[in-house]
Design a protein. Structure first.
Length: 173
């Protein structure tokens, strides 16, 4: 993992027990094409990575969180023309409105005691847990992230004019 990634994730370390960012025991990333089927690819990439790291027992929770973070990044990364929170998403194989936007990226980082999933996108908008009623089909994603992870947050992308990182942390067994 390069210094640039460490710098862009620096706010991640705030509020957590001390951890040496250089002591990462594993780090991988996956480029997300601006298409909704990238969510499936991100889940598959996560499953393969957790298998290599011998962490299959946490796959269900991590895959759910990755799916939510990637879906939000793909849905909201395009500033112009992206569907709003109450608009239907495009068809599964239809490109997102701004296919020329920089690609979103999923990062998985492992330490001896924790796993961090971070999704970078080109949007400046803060992620917000929308108030969803019980019958709503969307709007509960960040509540799921909060429920299934041991903490999550976001910050603007360091060293770039636009973009943000949304991350979730898991304590390892």
């Amino acid at each position: 993992m390069g210094t640039k990634v460490l710098t862009m994730l620096q706010p991640l370390w705030q509020g957590f027990p001390p951890v040496d960012p250089l002591a990462v025991s594993g780090s991988v990333s996956y480029s997300l094409a601006p298409r909704y089927e990238s969510v499936r690819g991100a889940r598959q990439f996560t499953g393969e990575t957790l298998h290599r790291w011998d962490l299959e027992e946490i796959f269900d929770s991590v895959a759910l969180v990755v799916s939510e973070l990637v879906t939000n990044a793909l849905r909201h990364a395009s500033a112009a023309g992206a569907p709003g929170p109450h608009e239907p998403a495009p068809a599964a194989y239809e490109p997102l409105p701004d296919a020329d936007a920089p690609p979103a990226r999923l990062h998985l980082m492992r330490w001896s005691s924790r796993l961090v999933c971070a999704v970078r996108d080109s949007s400046d908008a803060s992620p917000e847990a929308a108030t969803a009623d019980a019958g709503a089909e969307s709007g509960r994603g960040l509540y799921l992230v909060d429920s299934f992870s041991d903490g999550w947050g976001w910050h603007p992308l360091a060293g770039a004019p636009h973009g943000k990182i949304v991350w979730a942390q898991f304590r390892l067994p």
